[in-house]
Design a protein around this ligand. Structure first.
Ligand SMILES: Nc1ncnc2c1ncn2[C@@H]1O[C@H](COP(=O)(O)OP(=O)(O)OP(=O)(O)O)[C@@H](O)[C@H]1O
Ligand SMILES: [Mg+2]
Length: 507
């Protein structure tokens, strides 16, 4: 007789059944997936089962209400700020010292998130090979990390854990609202499934493949599922169950008018945090190698140069704080005349413009259809906050991006603000310097690498020199692709518009 887990009144489940297992929790938005995942995590934590949860929406910190669990990552409320360099260390402490971890990646841009997870999963895989003890990793929004039909390094790593982790004791709990978008191989190999309600035909087809019933029976059964209900599948055993409600605070609950009290949270003992800090410092020390004298002198010269640039930037920052630059209103808001649609928009006109009016020299401007579509807005749409209409997860994603950009250095903030307000037009370094009041040399020396890396700003080398532009529509398409196909063009447009406004306003 194994150790019973209380997931549902209808389901006898034992801890031993979870070891090395790939568990998939699927269903549409609001069907109860995160609650089910939370319940599983609660039961595992009650039995000190070591685990990590990849939380890109900040939904799982509530587990701290009952359990000592480390929240590491980048976002509001993390206990320890991490970057890609500390991924391996956190994985090691979690697995070796049995410290449960919530990886709150809500403050990372998608590129950073990917790099962090690659390091983290590689470390877990290698450690599990040596230690061979049970460990499980939970991954929300799994369609983003293991997309069907796309090969990425991160996907290979996750699929490896899900499909071949059993011998090492490694298991995975993958959660997704888009069954049809998750790698089929992983789903078909999942030993345990919690199938919540779906409505899309494509998702229903996936359920049809996972359940041994006729298509019409699957549809009938799935349509009858209510929030919290699901079909539990484990080999031969298939039964409809109602999952119990989470005992700990569910930060992803559907908002209601009732007052929500944020719970008292358990802190991870200081000694664990100190152990991680020490490990990181130690890693820094051991990775340091003796630097030859010549190289040392070169680096010192670079340092001196950087210091003088910092002083120059300081000067700019101070000047920006004290001096109010008087720019004629129209000139400041006025984009180049070759793009009349945007020009009329910034003047607040409701007139329509046609793409055909965009002459060939404005190549970069023509590449961004969403920006052009803005011109089709009505006067009422101008007044309403576009974000009000969007799903909560999308709004939070927008907030995270804005707060992420707002944390960039002063120079990057000024550049992004300038370029976003004039997106999609491109500007030379000289033009950016003139408009933002930053020294040209400083911009040349400190190109906005992070923003370029994130794909928000595009650096183009042209025959007349380097130019930058804000590639907002393409950035939004990429960053928000995880919500597809549920986001309409209009909603994506609202996201683009909101980001444009908020990035432009960043000081
Ligand atoms: N078994 C359950 N019993 C009672 N309430 C539940 C149950 N499952 C979910 N709920 C409630 O339903 C709402 C939606 O649940 P949950 O956040 O788990 O959905 P989800 O499928 O993860 O949604 P999303 O895709 O938006 O993340 C929440 O307010 C949650 O508390
Ligand atoms: Mg959820």
């Amino acid at each position: 007789m194994g150790t019973p887990l209380f997931i549902s009144n209808d389901l006898p489940l034992e801890l031993e059944q979870i070891i090395g297992q790939c568990v998939a929790i699927l269903g549409i938005r609001g069907s109860g997936k995160s609650n089910t995942a939370g319940v599983l995590f609660e039961e595992l934590l009650k039995h000190n089962y070591p685990l990590s949860i990849v939380d890109i929406d900040g939904e799982y910190f509530g587990l701290k209400e009952k359990f000592e669990i480390l929240v590491a990552g980048s976002g509001d409320g993390v206990e320890i700020e991490v970057d890609v360099d500390s991924a391996e260390e956190i994985a090691r402490v979690s697995m070796e010292k049995n410290v449960p971890v919530v990886l709150d990646l809500s403050g990372f841009l998608s590129g950073e998130r990917t790099e962090f997870l690659k390091e983290y999963l590689t470390a877990l895989w290698n450690l599990a090979g040596k230690l061979r003890r049970p460990y499980i990793i939970g991954i929300e929004e799994a369609h983003e990390f293991i997309p069907q039909g796309v090969r990425t390094e991160l996907k290979e790593l996750i699929a490896r854990v899900a499909l071949r982790g059993r011998k090492r004791g490694l298991g995975a709990i993958i959660v997704s609202q888009r069954s049809a978008k998750v790698e089929k191989d992983v789903l078909s190999q999942a030993g345990m499934l919690f199938l919540h309600r779906v409505v899309h035909e494509a998702d229903m087809r996936v359920y049809g493949e996972l359940l041994p019933w006729k298509k019409t029976e699957v549809k009938e059964m799935v349509n009858a599922l209510e929030t919290g209900d699901c079909i539990y599948v484990n080999g031969e055993s298939i039964l409809p169950i109602r999952v119990r409600e989470r005992e700990t605070f569910h930060a992803g609950f559907t908002p209601s008018l009732e007052v929500v009290v944020t719970p008292q949270l358990k802190q991870v003992s200081q000694s664990i945090i100190e152990a991680i800090e020490r490990a990181r410092e130690g890693k820094g020390k051991t990775s340091r190698v003796p630097v030859p004298q010549e190289e040392l002198e070169r680096l010192q010269a670079v340092l001196r140069e950087k210091e003088s640039q910092i002083a120059e930037l300081d000067e700019i920052a101070r000047a920006l704080g004290y001096i109010k630059v008087q720019v004629p209103e129209r000139a400041a808001a006025e984009p180049p005349v070759f793009f009349p649609a945007i020009q009329r928009l910034s003047a607040g006109s409701g007139e329509t413009a046609h793409v055909a009016a965009c002459p060939s020299m404005a190549v970069s401007a023509c590449e961004e259809p969403v920006a052009l579509a803005e011109d089709e807005r009505t006067a009422e749409e101008e007044d309403e906050d576009p974000l009000d209409l969007l799903p909560r997860a999308v709004r939070r994603h927008v907030d995270r991006l804005v707060s992420r950009v707002a944390k960039q250095g002063l120079l990057d903030r000024r550049i992004v603000s300038f370029l976003a307000s004039r997106s999609p037009n491109s500007y030379s370094v000289g033009q950016i310097a003139a408009w933002t009041g930053c020294a040209r040399g400083v911009i040349e020396e400190n190109s906005p690498r992070d923003l370029v890396g994130a794909g928000l700003i595009v650096r183009e080398r042209r025959s007349d020199g380097v130019r930058y532009r804000c590639s907002l529509a393409a950035f939004v398409q990429r960053e928000f692709s995880v919500y597809q196909p549920d986001l309409t063009a209009r909603e994506l447009h609202a996201v683009t518009r909101s980001l444009r406004e908020q990035f432009s306003a960043i000081k």
